[in-house]
Design a protein around this ligand. Structure first.
Ligand SMILES: Cc1ncc(COP(=O)(O)O)c(C=O)c1O
Length: 466
């Protein structure tokens, strides 16, 4: 059946509207957005009884959604660790949808699988991780960490003579999980999914900024025996600091354990020769989870589950069935490294972004974001009555205003209302803070300066109210 004219126009309308949106928001502050309730009211209606006309559906989607689209791709979005969904990645992603590939196997989707194989190698190269590692292309760091921890669980039990993939966890030797006290919430979700328990962990003490204390880990390991997984991180969500991998990794190895690193964004410091020291020794770990949709600027969503021991990765994840064509020995079977069978062909957007930036572009972006974060932090520290929690070594920092949580909350609300920049809050060591994440290629030093001025103005308004 030929594609009718209206359907073609709907595709073009979407492309035009998407391009216009990016043009409109290229220098945007944060677009003031409608609330969830307002947007829900525009969408909420019973299941349509009859079908519709493509152009009308797409035009209606744009009209109803528009006010609820936050300018996350804009240059002054500092709310969470979110990349810019770079237009080149978006264009590749549009094609990904249009091509409609299910990246499950090489026979079904040769291009999707081939590109993914290339991207897997490129990522190991950019981050300078062991080249023999296998890479699963998944949706986000939550899943990437979970995939890696599944491989870890299988391997540490295999060494203890137990086949968890076949026999499950009932009756298995106990696994000890040690994790830094300031690990990301989603890692605990991964532990829950894997039957390892979010609470059944030993928390390793951290310093004032959230770095794991190698001395505490060493002490805990002294009395340890049996299967062991240690979870470290590159890039603490509030402070951006990374654990001392060069000290941690030999301890874990000596104890016969598996070291996993949640490097959702912080691992990208490795792509810059100037900042690689921040994650020194990270390549000694056994597995790493990291996002494309953060510092690689790919559109949502895309992430990498990287495991040094390919066999452990495959044992944990492989899916086989007679109707599914397996890969030849020379081919990379993408399904062996991820949880899903049917899967979006995320490799296209990742390939496009790495082509767009190149090795030097990735490094320059990381370096610029860190420089902007440091300049912004210095600028905010100079505001009278503001307290910088610590000068960032990476892209994350925190500021408090006055001496109460309420004042800090009021400044945050004012910044969001003024809509020059979007910044979020967090709790750190029992106190409410403004938390700034600089993770976009769109953010320039000038955006940093404009944002510092906006924060100063918001604080003055709050003070003037008394
Ligand atoms: C350190 C860290 N780990 C894990 C995650 C979860 O990543 P995702 O949202 O891609 O699943 C994040 C998200 O910000 C993070 O910063």
């Amino acid at each position: 059946m030929p594609i009718d004219q209206d359907t073609l126009e709907a595709l073009q309308l979407a492309a035009r509207a998407g391009s216009d949106y990016r043009q409109r928001t290229v220098d945007a502050a944060t677009t003031p957005v409608d609330s969830y309730a307002q947007v829900l009211a525009r969408f909420a209606e019973p299941v349509p009884e009859t079908g519709g006309v493509p152009t009308e559906i797409i035009a209606d989607l744009i009209a109803r959604a528009d006010g609820g689209i936050r300018a996350m791709t804009g240059p002054r979005f500092f709310g969470w660790v979110i990349g810019s969904s770079h237009p080149t990645g978006v264009a590749a992603d549009w094609l990904t949808s249009a091509w409609g590939q299910n990246a499950a196997n090489v026979v079904a989707a040769p291009a999707a699988c081939a590109v993914e194989a290339v991207v897997a190698g490129w990522v190991l190269d950019l981050l300078d991780l062991p080249r023999e590692s296998s890479v699963g292309v998944v949706s986000g760091a939550t899943v990437a960490n979970t995939v890696c921890l599944a491989a870890a669980r299988g391997e540490v039990l295999r060494r203890a003579g137990w086949d968890v993939e076949a026999d499950g966890l009932f009756g298995a030797p106990e696994i000890t999980v040690m994790i830094g006290a300031d690990a990301h919430a989603t890692v605990f979700s991964g532990l829950r999914y894997l039957g390892l328990g979010a609470k059944r962990v030993i928390e390793i003490a951290t310093d004032s900024l959230g770095r794991m204390l190698a001395s505490d880990l060493a002490e805990r390991l002294e009395s340890h025996s049996g299967p062991l997984i240690v979870i470290a991180q590159a890039g603490q969500i509030n402070t951006g600091v990374s654990d001392p991998f060069a000290q941690i990794a030999p301890l874990v190895r000596k104890a016969g354990g598996w070291l996993h690193v949640d490097g959702a964004f912080g691992l990208w410091a490795a792509a810059s020769s100037k900042h690689r020291h921040l994650v020194a020794g990270v390549e000694q770990a056994d597995s790493w989870g990291t996002d494309g949709h953060k510092w690689l600027q790919t559109p949502y969503d895309g992430s990498f589950a990287i495991v040094r021991d390919e066999a452990a990765h495959r044992r944990a994840m492989s899916i086989t069935a007679s109707y599914l064509p397996g890969a030849a020995p020379s081919e990379r079977d993408p399904t062996s490294y991820v949880m899903e069978l049917s899967r979006r062909a995320r490799g296209f957007a990742m390939w496009a972004m790495i082509r767009q930036l190149g090795r030097t572009g990735v490094a320059a972006m990381v370096e610029q974001d860190i420089a902007v974060a440091q300049a912004m932090a210095a600028g905010m520290a100079a505001i009278e009555g503001a307290e910088l929690i610590a000068m960032p070594e990476l892209n994350q920092f925190m500021v408090r205003f006055g001496d109460s949580d309420d004042l800090t909350r009021a400044v945050l609300a004012q910044v969001q209302e003024d809509a020059v920049a979007f910044i979020g809050g967090s709790e750190w060591r029992g106190q409410w803070v403004m938390r700034v994440s600089v993770c976009s290629i769109a953010t320039t030093p000038e955006d940093g300066r404009i944002t510092v001025d906006a924060v100063r103005a918001a604080w003055e308004k709050v003070r003037a109210r008394g």
